[in-house]
Design a protein around this ligand. Structure first.
Ligand SMILES: O=C(O)CCC(=O)C(=O)O
Ligand SMILES: [Fe+2]
Length: 147
């Protein structure tokens, strides 16, 4: 699945969010900051860190499904986009999803010391739930998958 994001310039950038804080609910995201305009930020140790666009470079984001499959060993990244006063911004995101019918922690990663931290759920049900979820903010949908 692919998505093109267009953020027009905004004279009062502090008053609007380009994209609210979220983690991508899929497996893995390959992101291109097309016209190399600042705006993307990730939350690291509770602090918003700007991700400078690099020419001809992709940003790879871990999504919620990968966090579930790895039973929390890989953590999805919370990110947001701020808008710019003068410049428009374009990004192109390619979202990857596992082909499996169900997702949940890999059985090889579940042990007595590391019990399953997430539910096992059908991918269709997961996606339906995501579109119906009313409080998509930060990592709220993934939190709802926790055991
Ligand atoms: O525009 C960006 O850099 C990020 C876009 C994004 O987070 C998304 O499409 O999920
Ligand atoms: Fe995203």
């Amino acid at each position: 699945m692919m998505r093109m994001n267009y953020f027009p310039p905004c004279p009062q950038p502090e008053k609007v969010a380009g994209l609210n804080p979220h983690s991508d609910t899929i497996g893995l995201t390959i992101l291109l900051q097309v016209n190399e305009v600042d705006g993307l930020q990730i939350k690291k140790d509770g602090i918003w860190v700007p991700i400078k666009p690099l020419p001809n470079a992709f940003v790879i984001n871990i999504g919620d499904m990968l966090e579930m499959i790895t039973n929390g060993i890989y953590r999805s990244i919370e990110h947001r986009v701020t808008v710019n006063a003068e410049k428009e911004r374009l990004s192109f995101a390619t979202f990857y999803m596992p082909h499996d019918k169900e997702i949940g922690p890999a059985t090889s990663l579940i042990t007595e010391e590391t019990p399953a931290r997430f539910k096992r759920i059908g991918v269709q049900e997961y996606l339906r739930g995501m579109f119906a979820f009313e409080k998509l903010y930060g990592k709220s949908y993934l939190d709802s998958m926790k055991i």
